[in-house]
Structures are given as C-alpha cells and as structure tokens.
Design a protein around this ligand. Sequence first.
Ligand code: C5J
Length: 230
Amino acid sequence: MAERVIMAEPYPLAFQPNATALLIIDMQRDFLQSGGFGEMLGNDVSLLRSAVAPCQKVLETARAMGLLVIHTREGHRPDLSDAPPTKLSRGRLAVGIGDKGPMGRVLVRGEQGHEIIPELSPFPGEPIIDKSGKGSFYETDLDLMLRNHGIKTLIVCGVTTEVCVHSTVRQANDRGYECVVLSDCVGSYLPEFQRAGLAMITAQGGILGWVSDSSAAISALRSASSVEEN
Ligand code: C5J
C-alpha cells in the first residue's frame, strides 16, 4: 500500500495506512463521567467531552479503512494486587481507587466506571489493552501486538493529554513508533496542560512526535482509500 501524508506539526508526516493503528486511550466513564476517578480527584470532567465527537469521527473512518483499532483502559484487578500502594494512597482521597463510588468501585476492572463510554464502545474483535499504569506499554502486550501487525505509526486519541496520552506517546517514541496526536481528540481537565502537553510533543523538530487534528487525519485516511480503490 502506497505511502500517504497527514498534514501535521512540526511538518507533514508520511505514513503507510496498512502499518498504521488508531490508539484510543482511556475514554472511560471513570474519566469522562460524573462520579468517577476524574471527579474524585477534584476535576471538572465536562472539560473532556469536546474530544468525544471528533474521536467518534476518526474511529468511524479508521474502521471503514480497515485500520487496526486498539482501545486502552486504566484500571485494577478487584483485589488491587496490581496497584502500587503509593498509587492507592496518593491524593488522600475520601473515595479513591478501589472504593465504592456512584459507578461502582473506582478504577476497578469490571465496574461500570471502568467501561469505555458508549459513544466509543469497542467493536467485537477490536483489542482492548487493560493497563494498571499511565503508559499503555507498561506491563502490557501492546508492543508485541503492534509488532505482530507490522505497525509503525500510531494515530493517538484519548485522555488525559498530559497524563496517559503523554506517557504512552513517550513510551511509543522510545520504542521507535511514530505518533501523531490529534489535538481535538485528546483532552485535559487543565486547559494550560492541554496546550503545553501538545507543544511538548512537537517542540525541537518533533522530539516526541507530531500533532494534527481529526479533519486532517480523516482526509489523509480517505485519500488513502480513494487512491487504493482506483
Ligand atoms: C489519569 C489518564 N489522568 N488516563 N489517567 O489518571 O490520563
């Protein structure tokens, strides 16, 4: 399959559609809805909503193009044996990880809050990476899965920009993947961190990767499809 280009900062990124995956990070009720982990930490979770509709459009296009789509979820085993005690005690929260909240036990696998929001529900067969850390490569089989699929480029969406998206992009970058983060498909509870988080990726000639947006990604993917069909 021929190489295509996505308009991005700091410069256009060439990619091969069949070596590209869409990675959607932690679009879970616990981060986007009231009563979850994000809110327990004192955040206004409505600030993440703007990422949902653009993410949906990119997801639809990626599926239509036959791209590998991978979802991640942050969360823990019910016995919390995979959660460092430091993570459990951090924040001195009245209701924290593992405690009962309005959407079940906070950040625990199998609970309602841990689910991916219905707007972005994985299709059957789309891999879901369950991770206990912030970075999606930490103690998961993501790298193996990507290598087995011959993936070289990651289109990255999800939350939050400066935490799990950043940790994942940094880990991916060190493993040799080229990441393009879509600015309108990632979200932060802190607008200044959204700006700074994206700027850190593209600084110094793209030290961590590229930043683009949903429209540029969709037109690059569609151009790939129409050229392949001709
Ligand atoms: C956080 C995440 N913010 N998915 N997790 O704790 O960014």
